[in-house]
Ligand binder design. Structure first.
Ligand code: GDG
Length: 746
């Protein structure tokens, strides 16, 4: 039976070692809950670090740990203290975490940490591969494992891999500063499905991929050599019923059974009809904006003294990553601020802040959600923020108000609540006042909408939506209908080639015989290309045609000394063997003078773009430009020249990062078809990468062997990945031709 392998930095169980005996308690975190059914059903396993370093594990203990974890369907990845230092405290939490949360001043780029990060990602892969069978799928979580998808994909190309990032993906301008930016993106692109909490993060990721790796995209699909990566947003939900039911159950408890914490909180509420409790819960992390929140609260108390003795901030800060220096500094800062504010405003009967620096049991967490009138959740950056959602889920009578930072992923889904900019103390203070005064009906209207949404899109739904999308990947129309020219199909083509008497072979140039270059003039044919083409051309059964959109002058310079058939400018000019160039259509270029100045003005305003002037057409290249700007300019250009196009009987061809304006009706299909009329060919072959080559595939006889280079949509029969594969095919054709000659000689 096929299974899902879940992978995250930590396993979803807590281990306790007592006198060499191991006890495991399942974690109750959001991820563990969301994954429960995926993990338990169908023999799923979870791979991750157990929390114990190799140094802590004696060999007998190691066996016990493994055995205990196995009972919980968990597989440990063993890490040393040094691994943890470089991988977790180092690269994950001193580089990726601050950078992805826009804390550039805390971001460190340390080569050794990067090396350890790579090594640990490999260690995870080794463990996964031991358990990975054909048909299994893998779901990898979070920023500690960004390289893992590609490591697995390279070993098991047929395995479906999903990846979900729980933290923000930063804008390109921030991401580009990472020294290992390309390696990280390539690592992530090993996945078939990449999930983010919000569309913003998805957009930032796509933009970085486009700018740094130059891959083509179709909406949210990234087209790689021979496969696609789907990128989408899946906002993570909570275990709604668990929180709502726990809150209900606690509200029902008689006073005698309530926790001490709850009784103390109730005491404050009952002290004054206008008393309010404000809640703040986070891991103690600089991204959560705790010092700013305290400063805003200080400002509120200063600006609105009428709330002294009435309002109290209940602040729970859960210890986190205390090995990282920034977290120690933050702890000191928060301690000082709390001391300062309490010192400044406290009265004998009132302290404005109750501060807890610890983790609380689940029941107490519910007490806090239940008892507090306002939740003040103001991170400076947060991938999602589940606390905000949990607070809403716990409000049984629909009272209470969530004040939420617009820098959290959750703010996208909870837009009906009160959103603030956490850096604006004035706004936070005024909002607090406003919310304290907010009529209950208004609170209820907001919470009703939010509760419905959170109940529907809960964490299980999140997990199942993700897995459904993963299941549907790789079934895109273009990949299904166009076969890859693999060993078997190539053998069939070669066999046909050998048996034929007269062959016609069309080769596009750029992207087919030469990889793309930023400056078109630099894509000169290499000696290898000449060797391959010469050999093809020397077989007298072959009629070789190079067919291109390029200008005549360049092709004459590059191929003029060869006796190949050449067709340039999409068919405006042709040269048969070593003959003279002939205009194949009655063409004019008088229209250049009206179009050229417009192209010039676009070039001036689009850095990296350039105009290519051919005899009968003009091409505007934008491969060197910002991809988004390029696309935007093309739309504007087309709309600017549309009237002129109609007047001069011209047409626009949109190629790969180029737009070409030429006389209508001249295309590769029409020019290729003319060759077919000359002879009775029994093998016709056409290969190209651009959509202008689609005219050939369309117009050549039906039994033509048509091949598309690259991942874009096509009507060709076969597909290959890149120019290297094209060379392999030519080599195979040459070899097939040779063998045939050998047979005749023998
Ligand atoms: C990362 C991203 C993203 C907190 N204190 C206690 C306690 N908690 C529980 C809460 C909540 C969870 O911890 C915290 O989740 P958050 O989402 O708020 O924040 P991160 O830990 O930073 O999580 C974040 C998340 O991943 C999921 O993708 O939302 O943006 O940074 O569930 O209830 N639980 C208990 N005692 C506590 O004292 N029992």
């Amino acid at each position: 039976m096929n299974k899902t392998i879940i992978v995250s930095n930590r396993l979803p169980v807590q281990l306790e070692i007592n006198k060499n005996e191991v006890k495991a308690t399942p974690s109750v975190g959001g991820l563990a809950t969301g994954m429960k059914s995926v993990h338990r059903d169908g023999n799923g396993i979870w791979v991750g670090w157990s929390g114990l370093t190799e140094e802590q594990l004696t060999s007998s203990l190691n066996e016990k740990v493994k055995k205990t974890l196995k009972e919980h369907q968990c597989v440990p990845v063993n890490l040393t203290e040094k691994d943890m230092e470089g991988f977790y405290y180092g690269f994950s939490n001193k580089t990726l975490w601050p950078q992805f949360h826009y804390f550039m001043e805390y971001t460190e780029f340390i080569k050794e940490d990067w090396e350890t990060y790579k090594k640990v990602n490999e260690k995870f892969a080794v463990e996964i591969l031991k358990h990975l069978n054909d048909g299994d799928q893998v779901w990898i979580h979070d920023y500690q494992l960004l390289l893992l998808p590609q490591i697995i994909k390279s070993q098991r190309p047929n395995t479906k891999i999903g990846f979900f990032l729980h933290i923000p993906f930063p804008s390109y301008e921030v991401y580009r500063t990472l020294p290992w930016r390309k390696e990280i993106l390539k690592g992530m692109l090993g996945a078939d499905l990449l999930g983010f909490h919000t569309y913003e993060y998805e957009r930032h990721f796509l933009s970085s991929v486009q700018r740094l790796l130059g891959h083509n995209m179709e909406f949210n699909k990234i087209l790689l050599d021979g496969r696609e990566v789907l990128v989408d947003s899946f906002p993570m939900g909570i275990d709604y019923d668990k929180f709502a039911n726990a809150a209900k159950a606690q509200n029902k408890l008689p006073k005698s059974e309530r926790s001490e914490l709850r009784l103390k909180l109730d005491e404050h509420i009952l002290s004054d009809p206008n008393a309010k409790l404000i809640l703040s819960i986070d891991r103690l992390d600089y991204t959560k904006g705790i010092p700013s929140r305290l400063q805003a609260f200080d400002y509120f108390l200063e600006k609105y003294p009428e709330y002294h003795e009435k309002v109290r901030l209940i602040m729970l800060a859960v210890p986190s990553r205390s090995n990282v220096p920034q977290y120690q500094l933050l702890k000191n800062e928060v301690d000082q601020l709390v001391g300062h504010i309490n010192g400044k405003y406290s009265k004998v009967s009132w302290t404005p802040i109750w501060y807890f620096y610890r983790s609380m049991p689940f029941e107490n967490l519910i007490d806090l959600y239940n008892a507090c009138d306002i939740a003040l959740i103001t991170p400076l950056r947060d991938g999602m923020n589940l606390v905000a959602k949990e607070y809403i889920a716990c409000r049984e009578d629909l009272s209470g108000t969530l004040i939420l930072s617009e820098m959290t992923g959750a703010s996208q889904e909870l837009s009906e609540t009160i959103l603030i900019n956490p850096n604006n103390y004035e706004e936070v203070a005024d909002t607090l006042k406003e919310v304290i005064e907010m009529p209950i009906e208004e609170q209820q209207t907001i919470n009703e909408t939010l509760q419905k949404r959170l109940k529907r899109y809960n964490v299980e739904r999140w997990a199942s939506d993700f897995l459904q999308a993963l299941g549907e990947t790789n079934q895109s129309e273009s990949l299904v209908t166009t076969k890859r020219l693999h060993k078997r199909s190539l053998e069939k083509v070669l066999d046909q080639y050998k048996r034929s008497r007269k062959r016609l072979l069309f080769f596009d140039y750029d992207g087919t015989l030469a990889p793309f270059t930023r400056i078109p003039k630099n894509a000169k044919p290499t000696p290898e290309v000449f060797d391959l083409l010469d050999q093809l051309n020397s077989d007298e059964k072959n009629e070789l045609v190079l067919i291109t959109g390029r200008d005549r002058e360049t092709f004459d310079e590059w191929f003029g000394h060869k006796n190949y058939n050449l067709v340039v400018e999409h068919g405006a000019w042709s040269r048969l063997k070593a003959g003279d160039w002939e205009v194949s259509e009655v063409l004019t270029n008088e229209w250049f003078e009206s179009i050229y100045p417009i192209l010039e003005s676009f070039t001036d305003r689009t850095p990296g773009s350039l105009i290519e002037e051919k005899d009968y057409s003009l091409a505007w290249h934008y491969r060197g430009s910002d991809p988004d700007l390029g696309k935007q300019r093309v739309r504007a250009l087309i709309s600017t020249i549309s009237q002129l196009i109609a007047n001069h009987n011209l047409e626009i061809l949109e190629g790969d990062k180029v737009v070409e304006i030429k006389v209508s009706g001249v295309n590769k299909g029409r020019s290729a078809s003319k060759f077919v009329l000359n002879e009775n060919y029994d093998f016709i072959f056409a290969i190209g990468d651009d959509w202008t080559d689609e005219f050939m595939y369309r117009d050549l006889p039906e039994d033509t062997v048509t091949v598309k280079v690259g991942p874009k949509k096509t009507i060709a029969k076969y597909r290959v990945d890149n120019t290297d594969h094209v060379f392999e095919i030519i080599k195979a054709l040459n070899k097939a031709g040779d063998q045939e000659i050998m047979r005749i000689v023998e």
